[in-house]
Design a protein around this ligand. Structure first.
Ligand code: C2E
Ligand code: CA
Ligand code: CA
Length: 310
């Protein structure tokens, strides 16, 4: 039993609406085992209205291609140069402006739209890779995010292979970032999907490592290519003294089982120097570059190409 409470302060509000508001409050604690009552407030109403507005706007946004793929470079610490990128979605809404994924991805995960959005991002990323290839840039691997729902809902391997074929992209240029939390739901299914993806030549990165209950079992049972350290984990560990940090050990262990390591959210030179000293392979973060539209990324590709030839 759960109670929603609406305090009557204005008697001109129709009783029906008062009941709706109490229900809204009760709904807000659905699925929370230790909460039994909630009091209505206007913020709650705004939040739900916003969620509803976003949900209603999804379908037209997909049709009108309002979602834009940004690219954030990844740098190789050994070669001291850009070695790839991560594709990150933005929503360019005609009225609301540019929305960051934090504002809509959690809702998309809740209402099931995430798989359609992911497929859209994969397709746009492949199309972009193909365009760069056609313009004569040497291809660099780009990673796309794969949500938990994709692993369990879609025929993931087939969908990705079809895209790679359609745009004539060798699967090794498509890195797939699968979040470590996908493992908890159904380890067997994830292990077999990852195995099939790798067999087809895709490169699999375990995203957000260190953000939750990272399991060593997961690493020993699932064959992967790259371990991607979560931004908060990286930061916390780099703030500790060398003796207290387990970063060193994680990187050594990853190397021993044949994984490369990417550290995410690197913002300072000190962090870069320390990561380099302990053998981290790649870094991604504001220190080098923020996520940017394709045209901006292309300028870096151009420069990189130029330096190589010069
Ligand atoms: P993520 O996959 O962990 O992506 C990294 C996030 O960290 C990105 O935020 C990136 O802009 C941010 N970041 C990178 N370097 C730094 C840094 O040095 N400092 C700080 N403060 N932040 C940094 P963004 O683009 O806002 O994306 C947030 C999350 O949204 C992503 O986290 C990912 O979980 C999700 N997301 C983004 N695009 C997609 C997508 O196409 N599909 C799915 N399923 N999720 C996506
Ligand atoms: Ca990611
Ligand atoms: Ca991440």
């Amino acid at each position: 039993m759960r109670w929603g409470i609406y305090e009557i302060t204005d008697r001109s509000v129709p009783v029906e609406q008062m009941c709706d508001r109490a229900l809204l409050a009760a709904d807000s604690i659905k699925g929370q085992y230790n909460e039994f009552f909630a009091v209505y407030d206007d913020n709650l109403c705004h939040k739900l209205l916003r969620e509803k507005a976003i949900t209603d706007a999804i379908e037209p946004a997909l049709l009108e291609e309002q979602f834009i793929v940004y690219f954030q470079p990844k740098y190789s610490l050994r070669e001291n140069r850009m070695a790839g990128a991560e594709a990150l979605v933005r929503w360019c809404h005609p009225e609301w402006g540019l929305l960051a994924p934090g504002e809509f991805i959690p809702l998309f995960e809740k209402n099931g739209f995430i798989s359609r959005l992911d497929r859209y991002v994969w397709e746009h990323t492949c199309r972009q890779l193909r365009a760069w290839k056609d313009q004569g840039y040497p291809l660099l691997p780009v990673s796309v995010n794969v949500s938990r729902a994709d692993v369990y809902q879609l025929n993931l391997v087939e969908v990705l292979l079809q895209l790679a074929n359609k745009y004539e992209i060798n699967p090794k240029y498509l890195h797939l970032e699968i979040t470590e939390s996908a493992y908890a739901e159904n380890p067997g299914q994830l292990i077999s999907t990852v195995e099939q993806l790798r067999k087809q030549g895709f490169v699999v990165e375990l995203d957000d490592f260190g953000s939750g209950y990272s399991s060593l079992n997961m690493l020993s049972q699932m064959k992967l290519d790259i371990l991607k350290l979560d931004m908060k984990f990286t930061r916390n560990e780099l703030e500790k003294s060398a003796e207290q940090s387990i970063m060193n050990d994680i990187i050594s262990m990853a190397h021993r089982i044949g994984l490369h390591v990417v550290a995410e959210g690197v913002e300072t030179k000190e962090q870069v120097d320390r990561l380099r000293a302990i053998g981290c392979d790649y870094v991604q973060g504001y220190y080098f570059a923020k996520p940017m539209p394709a045209v901006e990324f292309e300028k870096i590709l151009h420069e990189r190409n130029h330096n190589e030839q010069g």
